[in-house]
Design a binder for this molecule. Structure first.
Ligand code: HEM
Length: 493
C-alpha cells in the first residue's frame, strides 16, 4: 500500500534510472555490495547499460552516478538541488551533527562554509606553510630514526597539522588522549555505519531504548561514541581557551576566535561555527591525507622508475643543498603530475561524500525523486579507460605535454563537486605535495627485506572503512639517499 501511495504521489510516470529490481519491503538491501563497492557499481553500470543507476532500501532511493558527464550536469549545473547531504539519524546520537561536511544545505552550513573559505582559500592557505614545513621536517627525522614506523610518523604528521592549525594543540605522540578518543570513536561509529551494522537508522525509535536494556548493543555503542566525541571536541577546545587566558596561545583558528571573544566579544553563532569547523577539520583533513600519503609510499615501491624520475627532477632544482619549500612547487612539473596521478588512482573517498536531492528532478527521461541519496562514483570516473588508458597503472605522464610541461587536465575530481567541493583542498594539496617532495629528496623508498634479505611482497589490496578507502597495511623501507641528505634531515633549518 505504501508503495502504491508513493507511486500515486509521484508527479510523473517517468521511470527511475535502471538498476536491480527491488524486492517487496526490503528493496535492494541484499544487492548492495559490502566490499569493493565502486567496482561493483561499475559492473552494475555495464549490466544495466547506464551510467545513472537506481536502487531502493526500505523505500529510500539511492542514485549512483558513474560518469563525469552526468556528475557535471547534476552536481555542478544543477547544484541548487544536489548540494544537500542525507540526514543520518545516527550522527545526532553520536554527537556528530556539528560536522560541517554532514550539515544540511541550510543557513548553518552556509555560514560555516563562508568562514572556511575565508581561512582556506588559496591565498589564505599560505599562512599554514610554515607549520606544514615544520611538521614535514619532523617527519623526515622520524623516518631517519625509525623507518619501520613510517605509518606512525605519517599519521602523526597528518594529525598534528590540523590540531596545531585549528587549536594550537601539539600532538607529541599518537597516545595523546584526544587522538585515542578520535580513533576509537571513528572505529566504533564506523562499525555502526557499515551496511548491516545496526538497526538504529532503520528504526529510529530504538534510540529511546535506554542503554541498560539487554540487547540494546547498538544504543550502547552509540552512547560510547558520543562520550568519546565529546572528549575529542572538549580537550583541544579547553586547551586553546586556557592558552589564550594564560597568554601562551600560538595562532590558530580557535585561539584567534577566543582572543576576539575576550577582546571585543563575538556572536554565539560565530563561536559555535568556529568550534564546529575546527572539530570537522580534524576528521576531514587527517584521514584523507593519511590515506593518500600511504598510497604514495605504496606506489613509489611498485613504480620505482616513477620514483627515480621525480627524484631526478628535485635533485636538478635543489642539488641536495637544501630541503624543498612550498615555493618550489611551480618549478617541479613532473612532481605535480605525480600528485595529480596519485589523486586519480588512489582517491581516498571513492564516492566523495553522499549528496541528497532537495527537489524532484529528471535526467535523460529518468525520474530522480526528492530526498534521494546520490553517490557520485568518482572512483569509476577516475578509472575510465577512455579518458585514462591503462587506468590502474601509475603514469604521471598523462598530465604532461610532449615538452614535459603540465597539460590542462588540472581538475582533481577526488576533491568532489560543485558547492560542496572539499573546502580544505588547497591545504590538503600543499601538505601532500610538501611531504612527497621532502621524502623523495632525502629517501629511497623500496621493499622491506625479510631475514634472508629477500623483498617482502606487498599485496595490492585496499580496504574500505565507511566512506574511506585505505591501502591495506604493508611494510616498506626508507633508505637515506646520501650523506648530504642525512645532514639536511638532521639540521633541517
Ligand atoms: C587528500 C586530502 C583531501 C581529500 C581527498 C578530501 C576530499 C573531500 C571530499 C571528496 C569532500 C566532499 C566533496 C563533495 O561532497 O563533493 C570533502 C569535504 C570536505 N573537506 Fe576535504 N579532502 C581532503 C583534505 C581536507 C583538508 C586538509 C581539509 C581541511 C583543512 C578538508 C576539509 C573538508 C571539509 C570541511 C569538507 C566539507 C565541505 C562541505 O560539505 O561543504 N579536507 N573533502
Amino acid at each position: 500500500l505504501r508503495k502504491l501511495a508513493a507511486f500515486l504521489r509521484r508527479r510523473s510516470s517517468a521511470p527511475y534510472p535502471p538498476g536491480p529490481i527491488p524486492k517487496p519491503l526490503i528493496g535492494n538491501v541484499l544487492d548492495f555490495p559490502l566490499v569493493n563497492a565502486p567496482e561493483k557499481y561499475l559492473e552494475w553500470g555495464q549490466k544495466y547499460n547506464s551510467d545513472l543507476l537506481h536502487a531502493e532500501v526500505f523505500g529510500k532511493h539511492i542514485i549512483v552516478i558513474n560518469s563525469l558527464k552526468i556528475a557535471d550536469e547534476l552536481l555542478e549545473r544543477r547544484a541548487k538541488i544536489y548540494s544537500d547531504r542525507p540526514k543520518i539519524p545516527l550522527f545526532e546520537l553520536f554527537g556528530w551533527q556539528g560536522n560541517v561536511a554532514s550539515m544540511q544545505y541550510k543557513e548553518e552550513w552556509k555560514y560555516c562554509r563562508r568562514i572556511c573559505q575565508q581561512n582556506f582559500r588559496p591565498d589564505a592557505a599560505t599562512k599554514y606553510w610554515p607549520l606544514q614545513v615544520q611538521k614535514v621536517r619532523a617527519m623526515l627525522g622520524g623516518l631517519l630514526n625509525s623507518p619501520e614506523d613510517f605509518d606512525a610518523h605519517n599519521k602523526k604528521l597528518n594529525i598534528s597539522i590540523p590540531m596545531a592549525s585549528m587549536y594550537g594543540y601539539e600532538v607529541d605522540s599518537l597516545e595523546d588522549p584526544c587522538v585515542l578518543a578520535a580513533d576509537e570513536s571513528l572505529l566504533l561509529g564506523g562499525s555502526l555505519l557499515l551496511p548491516g551494522g545496526n538497526f538504529l537508522d532503520i528504526i529510529p525509535a530504538l534510540k529511546y531504548v535506554p542503554p541498560w536494556v539487554p540487547g540494546a548493543k547498538s544504543v550502547q555503542i552509540a552512547a560510547k561514541v558520543r562520550e568519546l566525541t565529546e572528549a575529542v571536541q572538549t580537550i583541544p577546545l579547553e586547551f586553546a581557551k586556557n592558552s589564550v587566558l594564560n597568554g601562551t596561545a600560538s595562532p590558530s583558528l580557535v585561539s584567534d576566535m577566543f582572543e576576539e571573544k575576550f577582546r571585543t566579544g563575538i556572536s554565539k553563532e560565530k563561536e559555535k561555527a568556529v568550534e564546529n569547523i575546527a572539530y570537522t577539520v580534524y576528521g576531514a583533513a587527517a584521514d584523507t591525507t593519511i590515506s593518500l600519503t600511504t598510497s604514495f609510499f605504496y606506489y613509489m615501491v611498485k613504480f620505482p622508475e616513477v620514483q627515480k624520475k621525480a627524484q631526478a627532477e628535485i635533485d636538478r632544482l635543489l642539488g641536495m643543498k637544501r630541503l624543498p619549500e612550498p615555493e618550489d612547487r611551480p618549478h617541479l612539473p613532473y612532481l605535480e603530475a605525480l600528485y595529480r596521478e596519485l589523486m586519480r588512482v588512489a582517491a581516498p573517498l571513492p564516492f566523495v561524500l553522499p549528496r541528497a536531492t532537495t527537489e524532484d528532478d529528471y535526467y535523460d527521461g529518468y525520474y530522480i525523486p526528492k530526498g534521494s541519496t546520490v553517490l557520485p562514483n568518482v572512483w569509476a570516473m577516475l578509472h575510465d579507460e577512455e579518458r585514462y588508458p591503462d587506468a590502474f597503472a601509475l603514469k604521471p605522464e598523462r598530465f604532461l605535454d610532449e615538452s614535459g610541461q603540465l597539460n590542462d587536465d588540472d581538475r582533481i575530481l577526488a576533491y568532489g563537486f560543485g558547492r560542496r567541493i572539499c573546502v580544505g583542498r588547497h591545504i590538503g594539496s600543499s601538505t601532500i605535495w610538501l611531504m612527497m617532495a621532502s621524502v623523495l629528496s632525502c629517501f629511497d623508498i623500496g621493499y622491506a627485506k625479510d631475514e634472508n634479505g629477500n623483498d617482502i611482497e606487498i599485496k595490492d589490496d585496499y580496504e574500505e572503512f565507511g566512506v574511506f578507502r585505505h591501502k591495506a597495511k604493508f611494510q616498506c623501507s626508507f633508505t637515506i639517499r646520501s650523506e648530504d641528505a642525512r645532514r639536511l634531515v638532521m639540521n633541517p633549518n
